[in-house]
Design a protein around this ligand. Sequence first.
Ligand SMILES: *[C@@H]1O[C@H](CO)[C@@H](O)[C@H](O)[C@H]1NC(C)=O
Ligand SMILES: *[C@@H]1O[C@H](CO)[C@@H](O)[C@H](O)[C@H]1NC(C)=O
Ligand SMILES: *[C@@H]1O[C@H](CO)[C@@H](O)[C@H](O)[C@H]1NC(C)=O
Ligand SMILES: *[C@@H]1O[C@H](CO)[C@@H](O)[C@H](O)[C@H]1NC(C)=O
Ligand SMILES: *[C@@H]1O[C@H](CO)[C@@H](O)[C@H](O)[C@H]1NC(C)=O
Ligand SMILES: *[C@@H]1O[C@H](CO)[C@@H](O)[C@H](O)[C@H]1NC(C)=O
Length: 506
Amino acid sequence: MTRRSCTIYVVGITCAVLLAVGIGLFAGQVFRTLMNNRLKKEIVLVEGSRVFDSWKKPPPPVYMQFFFFNVTNPDVFIAGGKPEVKQIGPYTYREYRYKDNVSMVANGKMVSAYNTKSFVFLREKSVGDPAEDNITTVNIPAWAVMNNVKDSFWRTSMVSIWMNSLKSGLFTTRTVDELLWGYEDRLLVRVASTKPEVETVFGLMYKKNGSNDGEFIYHTGEQNYMDYGRIETWKGQRELSFWSSNYSNSIVGSDGSAFHPLLDKDERIYIFTPDLCRTIYMEFEKDVEVKGIPAYRFTPPRSVLASKEENPDNEGFCVTPKECLGTGVLKVSPCRKGAPVVASFPHFYLADGKYVAAIEGLSPERTHHQTFLDLNPTTGVIVRAHKRAQVNVLMQRIPGIPSTKFLNETVFPVMFLNESVEIDDASAEKLKKLLLISNLVSNFPLVIVGLGVILLLVFVILLCQARKQKSSAEDDTAYSPVNDKEKEDPQNGTYIGLTPKADVEA
Ligand SMILES: *[C@@H]1O[C@H](CO)[C@@H](O)[C@H](O)[C@H]1NC(C)=O
Ligand SMILES: *[C@@H]1O[C@H](CO)[C@@H](O)[C@H](O)[C@H]1NC(C)=O
Ligand SMILES: *[C@@H]1O[C@H](CO)[C@@H](O)[C@H](O)[C@H]1NC(C)=O
Ligand SMILES: *[C@@H]1O[C@H](CO)[C@@H](O)[C@H](O)[C@H]1NC(C)=O
Ligand SMILES: *[C@@H]1O[C@H](CO)[C@@H](O)[C@H](O)[C@H]1NC(C)=O
Ligand SMILES: *[C@@H]1O[C@H](CO)[C@@H](O)[C@H](O)[C@H]1NC(C)=O
């Protein structure tokens, strides 16, 4: 009888302690905070950290796919009619990326690196041979030259005469290889004979194979996890000089290859893209899952490329107040040596309907033309991403060039690309293990609460039995296993508490 009531006391007190401690730890989020601090400490860009090697040489395969718009009725368009295009692609390249000349700067507070990319063609993932497939598209070098001289009637007339004698028209037919990797253009050769600084070779990806887009200096994230991967300078500059407002010229956020851990659904993610010569932002769209890993999908909202009427912040992206385009298109001529190049999403997704309506053969769709990033919110790791962008040329009437006489101002699509990546299986397994540990540790107080609840039940049963005054020896064995379990748990705690050291890498 005394042994029994003593047991009841012990069970009751242990149960109360477990419940109090468990609920206390849970309410205080103690373990979650510990785990989060651990993540913040491990996800930094310094030699020897868990993420450094995969940041320098990301393991998941990246594919770059190009789709061209083959113009089927150039003559009709030049005569003032509606152009018709047919999408041809994909031409797929495996993209190899790594960070070159990585070195710590500013007393180890920041890291400097060059992002080198190279491309190897994959025939089996492509529709044809890029060396043979002929595409009829806008003659971009001619439009660049015309755009550069359009303010001087005399030089425009000169260019018009050259174009006629060289049979260089408003459209051109070239192979995919030429359009991407470069060809010598007759008109540019002629221009270069008087202006030697002019590049005579044109290609959308000319000199992009095996090269980098300048030096980046990044924050390591050691001082503040929110700064992980944030760009401090690009080519030695803290901000750009292409645009006309501080907002437009600012370099904010990361380069799109690293994101801070512990992401929030409410935050805006900023990414600086040298291709677009500007910073863009993305917002949370929905929860997704990739290979069993939970992720937040971030995507650029319409306001990023909205016209200045729709989003006054964007006023600085107008090259001059006169040259202001509508929603969904960005004129990037300031950073394309004055060529009238316009960037947009593929098929003018998210753009003003007039751009789609002006061209026969376009049909924007979210699933096919959206740019998005799926980020694991705990670690900030990219589990899947599709970067999609379209290159267009602004075609318009140019006084002094007779062949442009009937043109309506048109943003003419030339090509769009889809740069995609999905986490590889090995990294996915590592990441899943890490997330499991993180979850277990964060929710460890619930285990304590669970044990407390079990003991509470035992306690109630014991009390009831004691009331009935029926004593028997077997009862002791009935609850002894529970006592065993309870003895084990402090060990469990330290065991799990140590494991997060394992793998942060992904
Ligand atoms: C593009 O269009 C032209 C003329 O319409 C055609 O000859 C050519 O084969 C097309 N290119 C491809 C790759 O289909
Ligand atoms: C060209 O612009 C005029 C005036 O805006 C419009 O009436 C005409 O339909 C346009 N032509 C084409 C082919 O889009
Ligand atoms: C990296 O450093 C080497 C040696 O200092 C230099 O030759 C090379 O040009 C650098 N690479 C880049 C991309 O700047
Ligand atoms: C790019 O360079 C790599 C190696 O330098 C080469 O194997 C590959 O064929 C090149 N790609 C293109 C499209 O020229
Ligand atoms: C592309 O054009 C070139 C030159 O006009 C021609 O030799 C070649 O056969 C064409 N390729 C195809 C696939 O039609
Ligand atoms: C990239 O986007 C294009 C256009 O929607 C699509 O056809 C292609 O399958 C995508 N590529 C990958 C690897 O998902």
